[in-house]
Design a protein around this ligand. Structure first.
Ligand code: TPP
Length: 280
């Protein structure tokens, strides 16, 4: 089905709002991970504001779709989406990383309303997603499970055990995103441990594999729709993205993996993100 222009524009606006929240939250905290949050913002916006079946009044609703931010350091963008989706008030966002805040530096499902999984130790999320998708099948539920992995995270061996298991069990309600921003904590993947040919790897592991521009909302929406129609196989969406997307001085700069903007840098970021960043 062709995706409507109005929907794409609405989701782009949502993604922009998430980006504004991310830079504000990291500034307020004086720490955090803006780079990998900004690269993921378009996918997170599409999931939380269009695709995922959720009930903010009942965050543990058994039939809800699940999302696991396996690259847990990118949680600011997920917290922003949860807040804008109505799981908790906006003010809570400004407590990120503070002592006793429900929003810790890495996701803790016991502290944060609407989180489906604890993460931060890289490598675990896909295997957990496999467990959730198998659980759904056993319980005869039709909810979907979405996982997001970082590209650097793919260097963890457990990812590939999960990949094998998902294909073996034909988990077609499981969709995995690789946020392929080409950078990890302090450099380029290709210099640390190369991933190519990445699409071929997922295909050979038995996954339906789509390759998109993960910062292009029409492509993101189209790919998720395609994944939803897939039968008998899990889908991996290899999403080419830009680390730090939307803030010129953060783009493609490993330095911004885990550093907070100063007041002046924040102003510049918000100015670049423009007025579309307001609530809505
Ligand atoms: C098991 C484990 N080892 C190391 C780390 C430290 N660490 C945090 S983020 C990161 C880099 C992750 O890179 P990538 O997955 O590409 O994330 P992105 O660039 O999207 O932020 C590392 C090594 C960790 N969180 N967990």
């Amino acid at each position: 089905m062709p995706v409507s222009k109005a929907l794409i524009e609405e989701l782009e606006k949502k993604a922009n709002g998430l980006r504004c929240d991310v830079v504000k939250m990291c500034h307020q905290a004086g720490s955090g991970h803006p780079g990998g949050s900004l690269s993921a913002a378009d996918i997170v916006a599409a999931l939380y504001f269009h695709f995922m079946r959720l009930d903010p009044q009942n965050p543990k609703w058994e039939d809800r779709d699940r999302f696991i931010m396996s690259k847990g350091h990118a949680c600011p963008v997920q917290y922003a989406a949860l807040s804008r989706r109505g799981f908790f008030p906006e003010e809570v966002l400004w407590t990120l990383r503070k002592f006793e805040s429900p929003l810790q530096g890495h996701p803790d499902m016991k502290s944060t309303r609407g989180l489906d999984m604890t993460s931060g130790s890289l490598g675990n999320g896909l295997s957990i997603g496999v467990g959730m998708a198998l659980g759904a099948r056993i319980a005869q539920k039709d909810f979907r499970v979405y996982v997001m992995l970082g590209d650097g995270e793919l260097q963890e061996g457990l990812v590939w055990e999960g990949a094998m298991a998902a294909a073996h069990f034909k988990l077609d309600h499981l969709t995995n995103f690789v946020d392929y921003n080409k950078l990890q904590i302090d450099g380029e993947n290709k210099d640390i441990m190369g991933l190519e040919p990445l699409v071929g790897k997922w295909q050979q592991f038995g996954w339906e594999t789509l390759e998109i521009d993960g910062n292009n909302m029409a492509e993101v929406v189209g790919a998720i729709e395609q994944a939803q129609g897939m039968k008998g196989k899990p889908t991996c969406i290899v999403a080419h993205t830009v680390k730090g997307k939307g803030v010129s001085y953060m783009e493609c700069a490993a330095e911004w993996h885990g550093r907070a903007p100063t007041g002046e840098e924040l102003d510049r970021a918000l100015c670049e993100l423009g007025e579309k960043g307001g609530q809505g």
